[in-house]
Design a protein around this ligand. Structure first.
Ligand code: HEC
Length: 162
């Protein structure tokens, strides 16, 4: 009688570790679903909020003066010409002096976003803010004033805030 009982209990005990592993797995699953996703989501949202604040206070849109355009020309030579050509006729990056745009519309406010954020899908990728130069918003607007002084197809829609 007791022999039969032992035989019946053996499968029950041998399944114990498997049940433990299962419970552990479920707990980890619950932990990642409830806590981690939320943490990542909150973290991401906080960063997005920070970026918006930064952009709001950081943004300098200078006056369209001859000095700003001259400075833009210098910066263009230093930062952009390597890819877009000194004459803006293109190189590894597209021509910026014609009226063909891979990323329309051709207006300063839109081009600002492209240069500020970069174009990671480009071949080669266009670095954000001119890459290592880490251009300020003021410098990027100056470059765009220079571009739109050369390329009349670019709509001059920047609204200076200085
Ligand atoms: C490492 C090379 C590289 C550098 C440096 C670079 N670009 Fe670009 N740029 C590109 C590429 C590649 C594209 C095209 C991306 C695509 O496929 O849409 C591009 C696209 C653009 C466009 C959009 C053109 C279009 O036809 O839609 C503008 C405007 C532009 N760049 C301006 C600039 C300015 C201003 C600078 C300097 C601050 C600069 N780029 C620096 C590679 C570069």
């Amino acid at each position: 009688m007791s022999n039969t009982n032992k035989k019946n209990q053996l499968p029950g005990w041998s399944i114990f570790p498997a049940v433990l592993v299962l419970i552990f797995g479920i707990l980890i699953g619950i932990y990642y679903t409830i806590f981690s996703d939320e943490t990542i989501a909150t973290d991401y949202k906080e960063k997005a909020d920070l970026l918006k604040i930064e952009a709001k206070f950081d943004m300098v849109i200078p006056q369209r003066t001859p000095d700003a355009i001259t400075n833009g020309e210098k910066l263009y030579s230093q930062v952009c010409a390597a890819c877009h050509g000194q004459d803006m006729k293109g190189g590894v990056g597209p021509n910026l002096i014609d009226n063909e745009w891979r990323n329309p519309p051709a207006k300063e406010t839109h081009l600002f976003k492209l240069v500020w954020n970069g174009i990671p899908t480009g071949n080669p990728p266009m670095p954000a803010k001119g890459g290592r130069m880490d251009l300020t918003s003021e410098q990027i607007w100056q470059i765009l004033y220079y571009l739109s002084s050369k390329n009349k197809n670019i709509e001059k829609d920047a609204v200076p805030n200085q």
